[in-house]
Ligand binder design. Structure first.
Ligand SMILES: C[S@@+](CC[C@H](N)C(=O)[O-])C[C@H]1O[C@@H](n2cnc3c(N)ncnc32)[C@H](O)[C@@H]1O
Length: 206
């Protein structure tokens, strides 16, 4: 009886739907995100993992491709220390205005309203973590994005499991991307069939 209760308690305390410590700003961002009808925001599990990954990079240089309304940005900032810096890029001024309105006061983040591919071609930039959540840097310009990672740096992608907002013809691109990453030398990868479907690729060589 006692063993059964202990098992139940353990299972409950490992309930990963119950995300602890969500940054308070996310509630307000979500409210505006829904009002806008923006359906591509990162989900809470993804955000909680992003926060933990950001915390592995003290003094880190981080890049988010696809700011959206700033949900992922808020989670990344919650994991970053005071010396870390985040560049976040999106070409849609409407969604970026929401992110900037809620997070623009934080001196650790810089917003770039431009195409992700153009941002990637800027000279002399290197990152400890890249969250690639836009077309550029994921389904295009992948080599370029990966070339900007430092050794030990993390390349993180989501939405690898079928999503209701995928356009026609998108599905076959996903296994090709996964295979591409797993067959690269100089990277150690892991798949997570969790949240929207995640993958982490860690750079092991210069
Ligand atoms: C999945 S949403 C980003 C969600 C956000 N990271 C979050 O955590 O909620 C993808 C975003 O990428 C942007 N985007 C798509 N292609 C882009 C490109 N080539 N350059 C810049 N932004 C792009 C879209 O405007 C959209 O806001």
């Amino acid at each position: 009886m006692r063993a059964a209760r202990e098992s139940e308690e353990l299972i409950e305390c490992m309930n990963d739907e119950d995300i602890y410590g969500t940054p308070p700003v996310i509630q307000a961002i979500r409210h505006e995100t829904e009002k806008l009808g923006f359906t591509m925001a990162s989900e809470p599990k993804t955000g909680s993992l992003l926060r933990a990954l950001a915390a592995t990079k003290p003094g880190g240089r981080l890049l988010e491709l696809g700011t959206g309304t700033g949900i992922g940005t808020a989670w990344l900032l919650a994991g970053m220390d005071g010396n870390s810096r985040l560049e976040t890029v999106d070409r849609d001024p409407v969604v970026v205005a929401v992110a900037q309105g809620h997070l623009g006061h934080d001196p650790r983040v810089r917003f770039h309203l431009m195409d992700g591919a153009d941002f990637l071609t800027r000279p002399q930039q290197q990152f400890n973590l890249i969250y690639a959540d836009a077309w550029a840097g994921k389904f295009s310009h992948l080599d370029l994005a990966l070339s900007l990672l430092r050794t030990g740096g993390i390349y993180f992608i989501d939405d690898l499991l079928p999503q209701p907002n995928w356009p026609e013809g998108h599905a076959p691109k996903v296994p090709a991307l996964i295979e591409n990453l797993e067959n690269r030398s100089g990277f150690v990868c892991t798949r997570l069939a969790w949240a929207s479907g995640l993958m982490i690729a860690v750079k092991t060589e210069v």
